[in-house]
Design a protein around this ligand. Sequence first.
Ligand code: ARG
Length: 474
Amino acid sequence: MRLWGGRFSSETDARTADFTRSVEVDRALALDDLAGSVAHVRGLGRAGLLDDAEVVGLVEGLDALRIDVESGALPWDPALEDVHMNLEAALGARIGPLAGKLHTGRSRNDQVATDLRLWTRRTIDDLDAAVLAMERALVALAEREGDAILPGMTHIQPAQPILLAHHLLAYVEMLERDRGRLVDCRRRANVSPLGSGALAGAGYQLDRESTARELGFDGVTANSLDAVSDRDFVAELLFAVTLGMLHLSRLAEEIAWWSNPRFGFVRAADSFTTGSSMMPNKRNPDPAELVRGRAARVVGSLAGFLALLKGLPLAYQRDLQEDKPPLFEACATFEASLGVMAGMVETLAVDRDAMRQAASEGFTTATAVADALVRRGVPFREAHHVVGRLVGAAEAAGLALTELGDGMIVAALAESRDSGVMGLAGDPTLPGELRAAATLDAALASCDVIGGTAPRRVAAALTAARARLDAAGR
Ligand code: ARG
């Protein structure tokens, strides 16, 4: 039964078999394993280690297994340890002793490294598409609610008015960097370990480069010891996924707060909220909360995986089998989180009036008023003091900055020890100018730099994002 049983005189203890088995997890590699085997068989043929009929027989058998794996018909035998043994045994059951030639010049060590790189490559492509879909959802919401105004926050306190679209585009930037990390990781992962053998290199003249080309790899690994024990690509993908989850988690946190009626900025659709078993009034943004919660688990996957690598001597060690659960779980979690967050964002109802009202509280245009004074020649530090006094006066009087009377403004200027500022107190046009600068629209328009929240800048950024997403296809 055991494909490696020749030198053993007793059966494997059931506890050993249970403890070492990985087929429940690594069967996710089945299609990659079969693709790798087909390429390997063709390579053996080119190397003269298999004749044409043997190549055809093996490839046909592997193809038949692929169809069974795809349809779910292939039975998985837990007694056969892992995906590689299961598939080799299934091939033997189907085509007979010829299957015994499949493992020529190959070890499970270079095999699993190959499988995992193939898995990583196609998973990155899936994740990339899911990140793009999330970006599209954010851009669509930004287009739909293009002129909604939010109170921008620092320290969770009202700071300056911003466009909701600007806020959403901040997440698009994060996600676009996430895509960049995925692409970068894919590039380094996309080399073939096949032909490295168990650790020292295969003992046959295999043309590793042609086999690599057949599998769509960009090249071959340069060192057999590194090839069977390197899992940098797993660490890189886990990090890219973890950071992507953190980005989603930050957005999830904001959606949860914004949904609280005290904010009232957004309302998640019924289809993306859940109720309480006891409180009939409840409408909870659970998908967002779970994205936040699952981000924590993904952080744990990354941390656990890094710890796994830390003490491993060269070359392959069985510890490496533990690379798959954190990788598989983290990638599946990221993809599902992207899906549910995209749905939530697409269906989010925005209350522009509530947002605008909140943006006009907390004297969020004070910086714009100070900037207006600076444009009149006042040193910024002096302008900061003057406007600070105006904010204090407005707060005491229960007024907004746009409602300050001429007298209050003149008094705040006159209090200055700066003669230039005191001089401005006599300018009758200044109070009106400062009140105008204190409006939300003026404050927004004043942040007119690349990357700023001025509506024309945001419109340009949105157009650029839309064009980039359209060009990305898919
Ligand atoms: N299940 C193993 C893994 O995932 C496959 C390689 C096993 N190699 C070995 N020599 N036992 O790492």
